[in-house]
Design a protein around this ligand. Structure first.
Ligand code: 5GP
Length: 259
């Protein structure tokens, strides 16, 4: 690991140079931060679980035709991804009022929204990721109108798919954050889904008890964050029964099922 070139270190992940041009290795850390890194900690085993959960979701999204940066999982904490130019916008999709939407607009947490809402935030730690409008994105050239159309279309498709996926395992998808990147092919850039989809960037509530199964357990000092992430992985079918910390290897899984 020490011989690899570090390309970027974020709060929860590290990017290393990949084995081939145009690829990177995404390493998932156990580090957790909240409120623009004012609160710091670790969630034991989070990196392993997020690597596996994100692999599972990105693979499923690929099968419904959403282009993503994911190539394959390499080991417990690493996945091989396509190198993209990250669009400096966090795309938040909301189905139920929670978090900053509830605070900003005074809508009680848990209120079903009359329709899905997409919000954009400018990715800038120094500015605390301010909320922005389409007009800012166009005016400052952070993405073209065509790119934003693709991003909004994909965000809605991802939301529809994930709402169903999570509903099937008794989880309400309250809201989540997506990031997109430009994949350059000669002089042409295509927008693809990047980053990760995991309990770090989603609000996931148990459908019957409303228990939080996501990073809000850490943000709000509720405790049990590792167990919550494990519960999400377990319900997605990614953990071996009786081995709560083991992350299932798909090859082994197929072998067991005789396929
Ligand atoms: P809120 O704006 O209510 O804080 O967050 C909305 C949703 O987007 C939540 O699911 C939250 O996890 C996710 N989100 C927003 N900004 C970030 C971020 O900078 N990092 C992560 N991991 N998730 C974020």
């Amino acid at each position: 690991m020490s011989r690899r070139r570090l390309v970027y270190e974020g709060k929860a992940k590290i990017l290393y140079e990949g084995p081939e041009p145009g690829t990177l290795i995404q390493y998932f850390k156990d580090d957790a931060t909240a409120f623009n890194a004012q609160k710091k900690g670790t969630i034991s085993g989070k990196g392993v679980l997020n690597n596996r959960i994100s692999e599972h979701i990105f693979t499923l999204l690929g099968t419904i035709g959403i282009p993503t940066h994911f190539i394959r999982r390499l080991n417990m904490r690493e996945q091989l991804i396509r190198q993209v130019e990250i669009v400096p916008i966090e795309v938040v999709v909301r189905n139920v009022a929670a978090g900053t939407l509830s605070t900003r607009l005074g809508i009680e947490e848990g209120t079903q929204l009359p329709r899905t809402i997409i919000e954009y935030y400018y990715k800038d730690d120094a500015l605390n990721d301010p909320m922005i409008a389409d007009e800012h994105i166009a005016a400052f050239g952070w993405a073209t109108r065509e790119e934003m159309d693709d991003i909004a279309d994909m965000a809605i498709r991802v939301n529809d798919f994930l709402c169903g996926l999570f509903a099937g395992i008794g989880i309400r998808l309250v809201d989540f954050k997506l990031e997109f990147g430009r994949l350059w092919e000669n002089d042409f850039a295509r927008i693809i889904l990047a980053d990760e989809i995991s309990p770090d960037g989603c609000r996931l509530w148990d459908m019957t008890t409303n228990e939080k199964l996501d990073k809000d357990r850490f943000r709000r000092d509720l405790g049990g964050e590792a167990e919550a992430y494990q519960e999400v992985a377990r319900r997605l079918g990614l953990l071996k029964e009786g081995e709560p910390n083991a992350v299932l290897d798909m090859a082994e899984h197929r072998q067991k099922r005789g396929k």
